[in-house]
Design a protein around this ligand. Structure first.
Ligand SMILES: [Zn+2]
Length: 153
């Protein structure tokens, strides 16, 4: 009976994350058709599927973590694992975080490009949804503090 309820909960979780999974499936087909998938493996207690590809991006959609081959390192995968846990919690509302991240990426390119990369990275991982992803995945980062002196350059 316990197995039944575990499977039932997995089914509900699939429905809850359906939009992400749906988009991820199309992306998987696209990557497969272009022969861009290098490796697939499971990660974390929740067995998320990590799709290592030749494309230059890292993000989570539903049960899948898409990562470029050059960013296939434990710290990045762990952070993305945190995003996939956010997806489980937020369901369809996870797309808000997804859009915020994409928007911030553009904001960074336009308004923060004059700052050193180390500060830009620090800003990024101090954003509330990024901190939350780290927290959920149990990822601790050093040097989270941002000095006001960064702006005087
Ligand atoms: Zn992130």
């Amino acid at each position: 009976m316990k197995e039944f309820w575990e499977d039932f909960c997995k089914g509900i979780l699939c429905l809850w994350q359906f939009p992400q999974t749906f988009v991820a499936c199309f992306l998987l087909i696209y990557l497969h058709d272009h022969d861009d998938i290098i490796r697939v493996y499971s990660f974390g207690k929740r067995n998320k599927k990590v799709i290592v590809s030749r494309r230059n991006y890292c993000f989570s959609l539903g049960e899948f973590i898409f990562v470029s081959e050059k960013w296939n390192i434990t710290k990045v995968i762990t952070h993305e694992y945190g995003h996939s846990l956010q997806s489980e919690i937020l369901g369809i509302f996870y797309f808000i975080i997804f859009l915020l991240s994409v928007s911030y990426y553009k904001f960074d390119k336009i308004f923060l490009s004059h700052l050193r990369q180390v500060y830009r990275t620090r800003f990024y991982y101090n954003l509330p949804w990024e901190k939350w992803a780290d927290y959920l995945a149990g990822l601790k980062r050093k040097n989270r503090k941002i000095s006001p002196a960064v702006f005087i350059m």
